[in-house]
Design a protein around this ligand. Sequence first.
Ligand SMILES: C[S@@+](CC[C@H](N)C(=O)[O-])C[C@H]1O[C@@H](n2cnc3c(N)ncnc32)[C@H](O)[C@@H]1O
Length: 238
Amino acid sequence: MKVLKHMWFAKIVPGQSQQDRLESFYKEQADLYDSYRFRMLHGRLPMIKAMPIPPKGEGVWLDVGGGTGSNLEYFAENLNHFAKVMVLDLCPSLAAQAQERVARHAGWSEFVKVIVADACDAEAPGLPSPGSVDLITFSYALSMIPDWEAALRNAKRLLKKGGHVCVCDFTVDNSQGWGMQTFWASVFASDHVYLRPERRPFLREEFVSVHEELGFGTFPYVPPVLQAPWYVFIGRKE
Ligand SMILES: C[S@@+](CC[C@H](N)C(=O)[O-])C[C@H]1O[C@@H](n2cnc3c(N)ncnc32)[C@H](O)[C@@H]1O
C-alpha cells in the first residue's frame, strides 16, 4: 500500500533536475521497490533469459538505470561469470539499495560497482572506456530517461563491436486501440514514465535486431482486463 500511495499520489518536484525528480519519487519507496515491481515488470525475465552471455570471465555488463540492482539477482552465485558488472543509476536512494545488495552477497564487491550518474553523460566518472562493454541492459529505464536517444548513443559508444544492447520496457502498440494507447500513455506519464512508439524503430536503426518480444502484462490490485504492452529488444552493435 505504501508503494501504491507513492506511485499514485507522490508529489514529484517539478522544474528541478532529473535527479531531484527521481529522488522525490523514489526516496520513500526505495526499500520496498523490489517487492512490488517484480509483479508488474513482466519483460525483465524474458530479457534476462534472452541476454547473449559472453564466455565466462570475459564479460563486462553495464546495467543502465539499474535502480536497486535487482537484475543481478537473476544470476545469484553465478554472477561471477562476468569479469565486471556495473549498475549505473541517477537516483541516489535506489543506488544505495544496489550498494547494499552488493554488500549482502559474498564476493560481489570484488567485481560489481555501483555508479551514480546520468545515462546520457559520456564523461561520467567511473564509466568504462568506450568500446569495452559486452552487454548493456536497460530494464524499464529508457522510458524514464528524458533524452533516451542520447542514452542509447552513449551505450552504443561504450559497447564493443559485436556487443549487445538488451532492452525491456513498457510501450504502446497498435494492436491496442487509440483509446487504450492514450490511457496507458497518460497513466504512465503521471509516474514520469513516457511511452514512445518511435523507440523500437530507433533501436532497430541503431542496432542489428537479434531478438524481439511483445507481451501484455497485468498490475497488482488492478483488474486483469487492463493489461499494458511490454517489449524486449536485443540488438548487436555492428
Ligand atoms: C522503473 S526504474 C527501473 C529500475 C530497474 N532497471 C528495474 O528493472 O527494476 C527506472 C530507473 O531509471 C533510472 N533513471 C531515470 N533517468 C535516468 C538517467 N537519466 N540516468 C540514469 N538512470 C536514470 C531511475 O532512477 C530508475 O532507477
